[in-house]
Design a protein around this ligand. Structure first.
Ligand code: ADP
Ligand code: MG
Length: 391
């Protein structure tokens, strides 16, 4: 075994002279694969399951090793975007991946919508930093199951979203995948140094606000999954999606809330902290509390929930609660932010913004207050962050 590891190390060292390896491609592939599989499936005593660690703990572990060294790295890992630059105007960068079978299911995802959503969810991170979106780069790994026409359809959606938010597609990468489609969108934006809003600025007594309504994207996914199961049992079945248009659109074609950012700007409100709701309200509140070293109290009956979400929940067999969809569903891409109490009069005039609670001290923890006035500790469902897999 040691010998094989040694050989592979040698191969890696001679990489600059890669052509040499062409002489032994077969041996190289065999040995390298063996080496790689050994690493991936490491089954020694100290093996740690990814699922036992969780997404956020894994990211923290990575972040510990990569403390920023460059003066121009203002914020590295840990917020919706990295913040870069030495001047007054900062560059915001965020990258997001969608993988077939995990973040999307080709049985019910129109390619145009997929392209639109891939860009929208990346731009949403620019909004979450109070930024202006400028460019995107799109990378894809695509299998030969997809035709040129299919990829053109995907890019039609990408084009529509870029057009809508006045963003340029400036590059990317294209490669082959053995199965399915993986699409990564990197978004670039800008914001003045003193207008960048981090997850870390919330202060005790600040008000917690969110835009739109929560839980509707997950409700849309539930409907699509239900119809898929029925269709698979009986392919002659025609999916009936009437009356679910709002929740379906919320899942298939979300919008980054730059309209809310524009309203906040117009009213001269700079939130004290902000995050976009990609993983569910509970998870995002916990991020703000952790990064701002504070606690929070959110009132269950203040959480905005659309009637279609309530309807979907009532139709599900397991007595699903609409508030659970809001807390744990994710993919809503609404904005969750905190403001100083002084801004309350201004914020309440913005249509579609709801005050749902307030920031408390760290020792009090993060709490959901029920209509019966019982405080429940908030927990995040975490891993994996989005998609069908955690539902
Ligand atoms: P969001 O939900 O806003 O997209 P994530 O939870 O995906 O944010 O990521 C949180 C932070 O961790 C971000 O700063 C992101 O850039 C960083 N991050 C996520 N995955 C990795 C990774 N594999 N390597 C380095 N940084 C990562
Ligand atoms: Mg985000």
């Amino acid at each position: 075994m040691l010998g094989i590891h040694f050989l592979c190390v040698i191969f890696e060292i001679v990489q600059p002279a890669k052509n040499n390896l062409i002489i032994f491609p077969f041996i190289y592939i065999l040995i390298y694969n063996y080496y790689t599989m050994e690493q991936l499936e490491y089954a020694g005593e100290n093996r740690t399951e990814l699922s036992s660690l969780g997404e956020f703990a894994l990211i923290n572990r990575i972040a510990e090793r990569f403390k920023p060294n460059n003066k121009s790295t203002v914020k590295g890992i840990g917020d919706d975007c990295a913040v870069i630059g030495t001047g007054k105007q900062k560059v915001l960068v965020s990258t997001n991946t969608m993988s077939e079978g995990v973040q999307f299911d080709m049985m019910y995802t129109p390619l145009k919508h997929l392209g639109y959503k891939a860009v929208a969810r990346s731009l949403s991170n620019i909004a979450a930093m109070n930024g202006v979106p400028l460019q995107v780069l799109v990378s894809m790994a695509v299998s030969n199951r997809y035709s040129v026409e299919a990829i053109e359809e995907l890019y039609e959606g990408i084009y529509r979203c870029c057009e809508r938010y006045d963003v340029d597609l400036v590059g990317g990468d294209t490669t082959t995948s053995l199965s399915g489609l993986v699409i990564t969108v990197t978004a670039v934006g800008t914001a003045d140094e003193d207008k960048v809003v981090y997850r870390s600025g919330a202060k005790q007594y600040d008000l917690i606000c969110c835009s739109g309504d929560l839980g509707s994207a997950y409700s849309g996914l539930l409907v699509l999954e239900r119809e898929k199961v029925t269709y698979q049992a009986d392919p002659s079945f025609q999916p009936d999606l009437d009356g679910y248009d709002y929740v379906l659109e919320r899942f298939l074609k979300p919008e980054p809330r730059f309209d809310i950012i524009a309203e906040l700007r117009k009213k001269e409100i700079v939130p004290t902290s902000m995050i976009d709701v990609s993983d569910g309200l509970a998870s995002e509140l916990l991020h703000i509390c952790k990064e701002s070293s504070c606690g929070c109290e959110v009132y269950e009956d203040r959480i905005p929930i659309d009637y279609q979400t309530t309807r979907v929940c009532s139709e599900m067999s397991n007595n699903m609660l609409p508030v659970s969809n809001a807390l744990n569903g994710g993919e809503d891409y609404e904005l969750l932010f905190t403001i100083s109490q002084n801004d309350y009069e201004k914020v309440k005039t913005i249509e579609g913004v709801h005050v749902i609670g307030h920031i408390t001290d760290q020792a009090s923890g993060a709490k959901l207050v029920t209509p019966q006035n019982t405080a429940i500790k908030l927990v995040a469902q975490g891993w994996p962050s989005d998609s069908n897999e955690n539902k």
